[in-house]
Design a protein around this ligand. Structure first.
Ligand SMILES: *Cc1c(COP(=O)(O)O)cnc(C)c1O
Length: 353
């Protein structure tokens, strides 16, 4: 019998979350499936989201796998190409690619093919990560508009604060001022902007996290947004301990027992992708009822409070996140975000659909 931890991927929830995105916009939807579909599995996710108008990811090999699996939509490489040798593959497989830096334009100049590349020119609207600074966009555009290798240009940017109180106004104003000079397609919105700011939708929206059923907003739950969790990480209790006042739990004795209590040991640890920094009190479900973790998370196990769950025992089902326990609640307790938890799932966790 295999170790009981598993990640169940609910493909119908992916489809249903895409419908939530469709209802929120009339723009074309580019489903973001980078990082192996946010940890859910690239091809499995792409198939469930096959009515998307496009897909966005980073790895050229992954993009080729999608094409070879028969996907005909736009496929956008979010960091573009990394070396001149990538360009022939991009042209051969008809991939679209972000151009975010002058060095990429220099590589394009050395690419002999004519009129084969669809590029997305990325504007840095304040995040200061990738993209051309506003004052350099005109020059980049001049180089690209009549470039021998370029077939089509879309203007894009990415928001730093679409999910928080700062919002998108500064970045949007800056982007729209630039874009007004050109008659090009536009793409700006991630999940947060798609859900909160219709004025950002442009021609293409780029939702990621919402498709996987997690809320992009710290103060709004996924259920409130009509999203269904796609990944449910579950395991079982493999031992119990009856403890008395004065006992301690786990490495470093991070939990001091103040009263008689019973705890369960769960087959899930940081080597499965559970955050080691999750503190005492992180929510978890045992037999469908909420309880909390106690003590430090170890490589292969963690501990849960069974004091209020007398029926729980060895073999009881534990939901670590997903169905009945939104992943963003666990993330918040652990001082991180749902994105990181999804992507951190390790290869030893079996995936079932
Ligand atoms: C990851 C990413 C997205 C999706 O963001 P979510 O917050 O997951 O919706 C959109 N655009 C770009 C450029 C990205 O890197």
């Amino acid at each position: 019998m295999p170790r009981p931890i598993q990640a169940k991927i609910d493909l119908s929830a992916l489809e249903s979350n895409l419908v939530v995105a469709r209802r929120a916009t009339t723009s074309r939807i580019m489903s973001v499936i980078k990082a192996d579909g946010y940890g859910h599995g690239l091809l499995r996710v792409a198939e469930a989201l096959s009515t998307s108008d496009g897909f966005a990811l980073l790895d050229i090999g992954d993009a080729v796998r999608l094409r070879e699996a028969g996907f005909r939509q736009t496929i956008l490489l979010l960091e573009g190409f990394f070396g001149v040798e990538d360009l022939a593959v991009i042209a051969e497989y008809n991939l679209s690619c972000v151009i975010h830096s002058a060095w990429q334009i220099a590589l394009l100049d050395a690419f002999p093919d004519r009129g084969t590349l669809d590029i997305w020119l990325k504007v840095n609207s304040g995040m200061n990560r990738l993209g051309f600074a506003p004052r350099t966009v005109a020059q980049a555009m001049e180089q690209l508009r009549h470039h021998h290798a370029v077939r089509d240009i879309t203007l894009m940017t990415h928001f730093a604060n679409a999910d928080d109180a700062r919002g998108v106004d500064d970045a949007l104003g800056l982007f729209n001022d630039l874009a007004a000079s050109y008659h090009l397609k536009r793409s700006l919105a991630n999940s947060a902007a798609l859900l909160r700011y219709p004025k950002t939708h442009g021609d293409w929206v780029r939702p990621g996290i919402m498709l996987y059923g997690a809320s992009p907003f710290p103060e709004i739950g996924s259920q409130q947004l009509g999203l269904r969790p796609v990944m449910t990480l579950s395991s079982r209790i493999i031992a119990t301990q009856q403890l008395r006042a004065g006992d301690e739990i786990g490495y470093g004795s991070m939990y001091h027992v103040g009263r008689t209590m019973r705890i369960g040991i769960v087959a899930c640890g940081y080597a499965d992708g559970y955050p080691r920094l999750a503190p005492n009190g992180t929510p978890i479900l045992v037999d469908g009822q909420r309880t909390v973790t106690l003590g430090r998370v170890s490589m292969d196990m963690l501990q849960v409070d069974l004091s209020a769950l007398p029926q729980a025992d060895v073999g009881s089902t534990v939901v670590i996140w997903g169905d009945g326990l939104p992943i963003e609640e666990v993330a918040q307790a652990a001082g991180t975000i749902s994105y990181e938890l999804m992507c951190a799932l390790t290869a030893r966790v079996g995936i079932v659909t």
